[in-house]
Design a protein around this ligand. Structure first.
Ligand SMILES: [Zn+2]
Length: 163
């Protein structure tokens, strides 16, 4: 994806207030991120581990989501598959919840999805990060097709947030 600046990212959030977007934690090492290998940039707030964020570029426009990772009350199944990249990394998959955009969000509506806990889908797809034994099912798709599928899944999730 195209490298983004902190300003681009803060302006891209679709499901939090302008004030929240201004205050939330954006990685300081943006210049060093492997943008060429990223379909989206995801990060966790080191000061608030239940908060995660991701930003991608959809139709040429940066689009970012604020996510919560609620503490699981029940034990989650040991191996859950990420709904974006279809990997089952040994480092885990988390249920992440996005408050819906606009009025629906103000009324408390949210949507959830399972995502790689470390938000490293792009690196798992490209084999740049080891997801562990048996983490990916053998597939005949090309990397390009897997990336397209992941982006389709992500765009679909963002569409349910902004719907
Ligand atoms: Zn993933």
């Amino acid at each position: 994806m195209t490298p983004l600046t902190e300003q681009d990212i803060r302006a891209a959030f679709v499901n939090c207030s302008k004030g929240e977007a201004k205050r939330l934690t954006v990685p300081r090492d943006l210049a060093d991120r492997p943008w060429d290998d990223l379909d989206y940039l995801g990060w966790r707030d080191p000061r608030a581990p239940d908060r995660a964020y991701l930003v991608t570029v959809l139709d040429g426009r940066p689009t970012a989501l604020a996510l919560r990772c609620p503490t699981p009350t029940a034990r989650q199944p040991r191996r859950t598959m990420c709904a974006m990249c279809l990997t089952t990394p040994t480092s885990g998959v988390s249920l992440m919840v996005a408050r819906k955009a606009g009025k629906a969000g103000q009324q408390g509506n949210s949507v959830g999805t399972y995502l790689c806990s470390d938000l490293a889908c792009s690196l798992y797809l490209r084999g740049k990060k080891d997801a562990g034994a048996g983490a990916r099912l053998p597939e005949s798709l090309t990397l390009e097709e897997k990336i397209q599928r992941t982006m389709g899944n992500l765009a679909g999730f963002i569409a349910t947030v902004t719907a």
